[in-house]
Design a protein around this ligand. Structure first.
Ligand code: SF4
Length: 142
């Protein structure tokens, strides 16, 4: 298996874990999340100490504990999109630690997806009404 195929496989596994497609990921970061995860009364981390979501480096036990809250959370994908947009966010968001979010950012960059904070302007091809998926060639665009 080539490095590129291994990379695509890793991204595919991460997307499967979150329960979204590559196209949904792109739309989520380019257009911004549909809802603000912090406003959701049913988010699983409501009332939970934020420290849990900043696991010690290399401590898989604390990471697993944090991720348990995110499984089945109703705003998991929105939480992930926002954490990808806000590059300076640290800790577990959308059930993913920073290392996995870096993989997704790398994949987005590799596919020419430009995005930033919600306050910044949208990607030019969105403003022009173009189909974002037409610009990419990853097999994960489903
Ligand atoms: S996905 Fe996790 S961090 Fe995000 S709102 Fe839900 S429980 Fe909280």
């Amino acid at each position: 298996m080539t490095t590129s195929e291994l990379f695509e496989r890793e991204v595919k596994l991460i997307l499967k874990d979150v329960g979204i497609s590559g196209t949904q990921l792109i739309n989520g970061v380019v257009n911004g999340p549909e809802e603000h995860w912090q406003d959701c009364p049913d988010r699983h981390c409501r009332g939970v100490s934020p420290e849990i979501f900043i696991p010690e480096h290399g401590n898989t036990k604390t990471l697993t504990e944090a991720r348990k809250y995110c499984v089945g959370c109703p705003v998991r994908s929105s939480c992930l999109y926002q954490s990808l947009i806000d590059h300076d966010i640290v800790g577990v968001f959308g059930g993913l630690p920073e290392r996995r979010r870096r993989v997704l950012r790398k994949w987005l960059r590799a596919n020419g997806v430009r995005y930033g904070r919600r306050s910044s302007s949208l990607s030019p091809w969105i403003d022009q009404g173009e189909d974002v998926t037409a610009k990419h060639n990853s097999p994960l665009f489903v």
